[in-house]
Design a protein around this ligand. Structure first.
Ligand code: 5GP
Length: 146
């Protein structure tokens, strides 16, 4: 293993979404963070939280990126609990290929959970845009009530 991390690649999918070069179903944004629907949801309402500034993952992220993302993760978790009557929330965050990371811009998965319902496997199947849009609407409506 080399000690050096691969450099941040500004052509990753999430960087393109942040630059408006690819579309996403936006749920929330503030000065430092951005939240949007995962295109291949492993649970209904699966949302991603990312910093607006470049970070590959946990290894190079700044304290400010980590702190602001976690506050947005908490906000989205509270909204998801309301929006989807979630009984629990699973937070996931993967680092480097061996850690399960596929997109190399720091991101947190916020997964609404219900007792007895397993997470769906990574099928590579994209969700219908109407469903992603409806779930983003539900999350935004819930955020407005917090
Ligand atoms: P990870 O890097 O944490 O393993 O997974 C990356 C996540 O990004 C996956 O859950 C995948 O479904 C999601 N994803 C990949 N490409 C896109 C995309 O173009 N748009 C959105 N909204 N999500 C994506």
């Amino acid at each position: 293993m080399s000690d050096a991390l691969d450099a941040y690649d500004s052509d990753n999918i999430f960087a393109k979404i942040l630059r408006g070069q690819m579309t996403a179903h936006t749920v929330f944004e503030d000065a430092m963070t951005f939240a949007f629907m995962d295109i291949m949801p492993r649970a209904d309402g699966h949302c991603l939280v990312i910093p607006k500034t470049p970070a590959r993952n946990i290894f190079d992220a700044s304290a400010e990126q980590l702190a602001t993302c976690m506050l947005t993760v908490q906000l989205i978790s509270r909204a998801a609990r309301l929006a989807f009557a979630a009984e629990g929330i699973t937070i996931q965050q993967f680092n480097e290929r061996a850690g399960g990371q596929v997109v190399f811009h720091l991101h947190y998965h916020v997964l609404p959970r219900h007792a007895g319902v397993s997470l769906r496997p990574h099928t590579g199947q994209m969700e219908k845009t109407e469903i992603l849009s409806a779930n983003a609407d539900k999350l935004r409506a819930a955020l407005a009530k917090l």
